[in-house]
Design a protein around this ligand. Structure first.
Ligand code: 13P
Length: 355
């Protein structure tokens, strides 16, 4: 069976991705989403410009000291750098493992609440994953999204459907040798408190691992990418960073099997500085399980970098990227000193955010 053929390799790839002091750079924005980012610096959303921007990320010398893997959008996986070399080659030269977003986006969940979605892309996934593997990808990502609203959302239907989709995806890409990053994101939208998030998140992640069990997912060859356990963006009572760290780790301890090698958090709209501070505090806590607690940030690694680039300043952009990558590398060992690297405090949360 294909999964058995890849078992050792999956385990090795997952542990390389979850190496202490390293994290993942998420650069898998859809063409529409990267368009919004580029518009914020008045750069047109052309293939040329996307290539120039992502190409500078993948040639930042030393990035591999802090970053173990990069998640790409399909266009980038098959794209060449402006200098003609494949993007995948650029990453390999830095010692960074290429990965690929394989989901085909969110769709309305019929039978659920208006806010609820399921994640599409299971058709032909084993075949697509085989092509991605041939092109150099060694891991994959699938993002399912849940939102909290009063006692209505997420419904049991949405929890079951999204957990099932994640597990089917995980099993499918493992058949083709890709390590699945399992991402059940709880959005920050809403006015609920942190305890509500914790309760829902625990239920969601447990459901995900039950579905993984049924699908025969090889846990040692997976990573979990959750959101941090924070209150809704409109909640007046803000938990302090220490509390966020404690409740997030408690939620993980209750729901994530010890066989999973790494938990790589998404930044989900936290500011660059907050994403580093929370991660750092989590890594100062004593933990019951041995998983590496790291990061797989998109906005919290790229925000200052994109601004510094401003369409042409490659040197400033690479410097800003390396600064955040180093900060988060330190945070994933509990060694980050807040403010020791240039960063932005700007909240990156956008209500109803779409990738
Ligand atoms: P953010 O860190 O910007 O949330 O992006 C990470 C990601 O890949 C979400 O799917």
């Amino acid at each position: 069976m294909a999964l058995d053929y890849y078992r050792e390799e999956l385990k090795k790839t997952a542990s390389s991705l979850a190496k202490s002091g390293k994290g993942i750079l998420a650069v898998d924005e859809s063409t529409k989403t990267i368009g919004k980012r580029l518009a914020s610096i008045n750069v047109e959303n052309t293939e040329e410009n996307r290539k120039a921007y992502r190409g500078l990320l993948f040639t930042a010398q030393g990035l591999g000291d802090y970053i173990s893997g990069a998640i790409l959008f399909e266009e980038t996986l098959f794209q060449n750098h402006p200098d003609g070399e494949q993007m995948v080659q650029k990453l390999n030269k830095l010692g960074i493992i290429p990965g690929i977003k394989v989901d085909k986006g969110l769709r309305p969940l019929s039978g659920g609440h208006d806010l609820e979605t399921f994640c599409s892309g299971l058709d032909n996934l084993v075949d697509r994953a085989t092509e991605y593997y041939k092109q150099g990808a060694r891991f994959a990502k699938w993002r399912a999204v849940l939102q909290i609203k009063d006692d209505i959302c997420p419904s049991k239907l949405s929890i079951k459907e999204n957990a099932w989709g994640l597990a089917r995806y995980a099993r499918s890409v493992q058949e083709s040798g890709l390590v699945p990053i399992i991402e059940p994101e709880i959005l920050m939208d809403g006015s609920h408190g942190i305890n509500k998030t914790a309760e829902i998140q625990e239920e969601v992640i447990k459901e995900v691992y039950m579905a993984c069990q049924l699908n025969g997912v090889f846990l040692e060859g997976t990573l979990l990418k959750p959101s941090m356990t924070v209150q809704g963006a409109d909640c007046e009572e803000k938990a302090d960073p220490q509390k966020v760290a404690e409740i997030t780790i408690r939620t993980m301890e209750r729901a994530v099997p010890a066989s999973v090698p790494g938990i790589v958090f998404l930044s989900g709209g936290l500011s660059e500085e907050a994403a580093s501070i929370y991660l750092n505090l989590m890594n100062k806590l004593a933990r019951k399980a041995n998983w590496n607690v790291g990061f797989s940030y998109g906005r919290a690694l790229q925000h200052s970098c994109l601004k510094a680039w401003n369409g042409n300043d490659v040197t400033a952009a690479q410097k800003a990227l390396l600064a955040r990558a180093q900060a988060n590398s330190e945070a994933s060992k509990g060694l980050y000193k807040a403010g020791s690297q240039p960063s932005s405090d700007e909240a990156l949360f956008v209500a109803g955010y779409k990738y």
